[in-house]
Design a protein around this ligand. Structure first.
Ligand code: HEM
Length: 178
């Protein structure tokens, strides 16, 4: 049985990710109850940490696909990529995306940004980032079943999508141009 199959059967990465997610959300909720609005900066810090973890995966996973697309199905190399991709998605990217969303929406509600133009634009780009996450997640499942049909060139181009979105999101939230 492959490492991915063993991981899936035991549910190990999902359990570890669930525990990490639970601890993060529970400690943030505790900080909000204890410090009220004063928790804003702390929550923002955790939001940025989650975003960094999410972006690390969004930039690295398509890079793994570039090499995976060129490796022979069934080879040791291909099986290693499957384990790396599955763990990156389930342990890092999925929990990090959820934490970034939950805390980001709380920050926006707390600070009253829902009526700001820059926030609407940021939200649109973050929805696009989440859609890209969904596309990568579906591709990971196809790679796991040796059903990828896209070339390494395609994945090289896909690698640029999260990069471009990230530039826009960070500029919007820091400069708040409108
Ligand atoms: C997932 C949905 C997201 C929501 C709802 C959201 C919302 C927010 C809000 C309301 C703030 C506080 C802004 C302020 O206090 O001035 C914030 C901060 C920040 N967000 Fe997000 N965000 C999300 C995802 C992201 C992503 C994907 C990135 C980067 C790629 C990002 C980067 C940042 C940064 C760098 C800050 C700190 C800005 C500062 O302190 O000036 N966020 N976010």
């Amino acid at each position: 049985m492959s490492d991915v199959a063993k991981d899936k059967r035991a549910g190990a990465p999902a359990v570890r990710a669930g525990i990490a997610l639970g601890i993060t959300v529970a400690s943030t909720v505790a900080a909000i109850f204890l410090f009220g609005s004063a928790a804003y900066d702390l929550v923002k810090a955790v939001h940025v940490i989650a975003v960094i973890a999410w972006m690390a995966g969004m930039l690295y996973l398509p890079r793994l696909f570039v090499y995976h697309a060129d490796s022979k199905p069934g080879s040791e190399q291909s099986e290693t990529f499957k384990v790396m991709e599955f763990r990156l998605m389930t342990i890092i990217m999925n929990p990090a995306m959820i934490v970034a969303w939950v805390l980001g929406l709380w920050l926006a509600w707390e600070a009253g940004f829902f009526s700001s133009g820059w926030f609407h634009a940021k939200l649109a780009l973050v929805v696009a980032m989440s859609a890209a996450h969904g596309i990568l997640s579906a591709a990971m499942r196809r790679f796991a079943e040796d059903r990828n049909e896209k070339s390494s060139r395609y994945w090289r181009m896909m690698n640029e999508v999260p990069t471009v979105l990230m530039f826009g999101i960070v500029i919007l939230v820091i400069v708040k141009p409108f």
